[in-house]
Structure formats: C-alpha cells, structure tokens
Write a protein that binds this ligand. Structure first.
Ligand SMILES: Nc1ncnc2c1ncn2[C@@H]1O[C@H](COP(=O)(O)OP(=O)(O)OP(=O)(O)O)[C@@H](O)[C@H]1O
Length: 254
C-alpha cells in the first residue's frame, strides 16, 4: 500500500540573468492512497508536480511537510526498508550503454542485495515478459528508446517490489511496446502490488487504472475511478475531464 498524507514540496530557484529568487511550490498538500492490487494513474499538465510526487514516494527526495508510507513503513523514518519495497522507473533513459541488459541487471541485483541466482532468474524472466530476452547479451549502446525503456522497467522490478512507481512508462513507445508495458502493469496488479503511474496518455488511464488523480499546480483534483470522473463531469472521455478541470482552475470557460 502507498499512503500520502498532506505532502508539500517547494524548490528555491534563481534566475541567472536577473538573480531574482523564486519559490516554486511543486506539490501543495497531496493526500492519496493506493491499495494492494490497485493501479493509480496520476494525470496532469507539464510541470504539475507528478514527477516530484513520484520521486518523493520513491524516497529520492524528502517532502518539506507531510508523511509518506509504503506498506506501512514511514519512508522518512526507515528509508532503506521503504526503498527495498519500492520499484521506481524514472523518465531518465540514460541507462548504462556499456553494459548488456544481463550485466546491468546483475549489477542492480547486487546493489539491491538480491542473491545473484535469483537476480539472474528474475531478470531473465522480466526480459522475457518484455520481449527482450534475445537482447539479454547485447550491449545497450545501439538500443532504441523503447528497448532501453524496457530494460529500465526490468531493472525497476528486479527486487520484487511490493510498490511500483512508474513515471511516464509508455511515453515515446510504439503501440505494440506500450501494450507490452500495460500488460505488465496488469500482471503487477494481479500479483497484488500497489502501482502508481504518471502519464499524459489518456487511453492508457482508461484501459488500466482503477483510480485517477488529476494534478494541477501541485494540488490533486478528482481522485476517483475513471468512470466516476466521467459521470461527475458529464463527459465521455478523460481528455474532456482534463480540459474542463484545467479551464476551471485557470478561471477560463469550461
Ligand atoms: N529539482 C528541482 N529544482 C527546481 N525546480 C524543480 C525541481 N524539480 C521540479 N521542479 C519544478 O517543480 C514543478 C513540478 O515539476 P514536475 O517535474 O514534478 O512536473 P511534472 O508534472 O512531472 O511535469 P512533466 O509532465 O512536464 O514531466 C515544475 O515547475 C518544475 O520546474
């Protein structure tokens, strides 16, 4: 389970030209829960606070205020225990080009304290599920974006995490590869993991997410099942919910 209670995060940045200081309130009081066996979709425009929220859940960044628990463990108090339960896929595709997928997974297995045989078996199993087994021993330098993404996904899941955090997992993927990743999310759900995923791809949300939260300017709106959101807003697609919500929050006509 993932539980966020009223989390805040701000960044102080400086304009290099004017030297003026600015405070960016990236996350402004977000609370949400993701149950085991549930896929939660975080939607929001660019800069809304999705990645910052996911990084905090993954324990890569501490909230200024509020509490984050994974499987009942407070990730500020017991960061290592929390991290061991958490698999995080970032948007950064700079995987280690010098390595083959097998070598990379071995290395990450060691870092995660997974016994080498288990890491090998699980790594190959994940590569198979992602249709990447035939590339297990090929150096990644020539890999396409989608192939690198799939290796990153295998890496994120190698230590059998109970909580899965995927930041834009299908961005830049062709429909077949995206389908492979969505199928894997479905398997994660069936295995009882808590999955939180950020995306701009609405059909993906409609296809796989049990609940949706729309983030806008650091705040969460419309935390509900996709169908309930459509009914609440009286529209046929999540795109329309999204447009209406953004228009309303920006003070424009919906
Ligand atoms: N390390 C950082 N230092 C300064 N500002 C940051 C940092 N990380 C995020 N921000 C700012 O916080 C805000 C939220 O960023 P975030 O990356 O969480 O948005 P996002 O919803 O994931 O957007 P996108 O869909 O474009 O990836 C943005 O204004 C961003 O510039």
């Amino acid at each position: 389970m993932i539980q966020l209670t009223d989390i805040y995060k701000a960044f102080d940045v400086k304009d290099r030209k004017t030297r003026a200081r600015m405070r960016i309130e990236a996350v402004r009081g977000i609370s949400l829960t993701v149950q085991p066996g549930e896929i939660y979709g975080l939607l929001g425009p660019n800069g809304a606070g999705k990645s910052t929220t996911l990084r905090m859940i993954a324990g890569l960044m501490a909230p200024d205020r509020g509490r984050i628990e994974v499987c009942g463990i407070d990730n500020a108090r017991e960061p290592e225990r929390a991290r061991a339960l958490t698999g995080y896929l970032s948007t950064d595709l700079s995987v280690y080009n010098r390595f083959t997928p097998r070598e990379l997974l071995r290395l990450f297995g060691e870092l995660q304290g997974v016994d080498p045989r288990t890491a090998e078996r699980r790594g190959l199993h994940l590569l198979e599920r992602l249709h990447m087994a035939e590339f297990a021993d090929v150096k990644m330098e020539g890999f396409s974006g989608g192939q690198k993404q799939k290796v990153s996904i295998a890496r994120a899941l190698l230590h059998d995490p109970k909580v899965v955090i995927f930041d834009e997992p299908t961005t830049g993927l062709d429909v077949l590869t995206a389908k492979t990743v969505l199928d894997l999310l479905g398997i994660m759900k069936a295995e009882g993991r808590s999955v939180i995923v950020s995306t701009h791809v609405m059909p993906m949300v409609e296809a796989v997410c049990d609940r949706v939260g729309i983030i806008f300017e650091g705040r969460l709106h419309g935390d509900a099942a996709p169908r309930a959101l459509l009914e609440r807003w009286g529209v046929a697609t999540l795109d329309e919910v999204f447009f209406k919500l953004v228009a309303e929050k920006e003070g424009g006509a919906a």
